[in-house]
Design a protein around this ligand. Sequence first.
Ligand SMILES: [Zn+2]
Length: 224
Amino acid sequence: MSKGIEIIDVGGVNCYLLEADDGFVLIDTGFSAKRMFLDEVLKKALNKPGEVPKKLKLVILTHGDSDHAGNCKFLRENYDVKIAMHFEDSKMVENGDMSWNRKLKPDKIAFTFRLVTLAFGKNSIFDTFKPDIYIQDGQNLAEFGLSAKVIHLPGHSKGSIGVLTSEGDLFCGDLIYNFAGFSYIDNLEDFNESINKLKKLDINILYPGHGKPFSINYFNKKFV
Ligand SMILES: [Zn+2]
């Protein structure tokens, strides 16, 4: 794992705190039910003893699902931070409707995924919000102090994106799970195109929304 990446597990959802030029960028925010934990970790990271306090410069959402977007409103209000995401998932978070811009029935969904969402699915309150910034494919994140760019990776949802750093770290959201055989593919055609897109990029390590980071070798074996 590259330095300057802190993984914050917010209720089974990976949030990634990246060191940027004079501050931090947070990728995804986790479940609202685990808000206090996220708040605590962030405060610690931004206010290291003996150092000048640092700012959270930007929150980037890999997609609009409530387990990733659950703390955006809270962070905006308490950290004075802007929320960036792809337009094609925007009404999910504005309306609190995770089915917006998705198929009536997803093309592929793992049995284990169904089991877990049946057990936990509806117990998280979601604070709706309007995103501040819409990001799109190829967008350079240098203006936020991050040597990285946005990759549009639809499949799990229409507005799913990844963030690829110049060091080859890819934050891929829920395009690929690394947890309990999970998969949730809304649109299989989009998904396959996104996988093919990734094969052409310079990636070392993939950081999924759920489960442990894995190498590009594992990715290549999984998607031959
Ligand atoms: Zn998720």
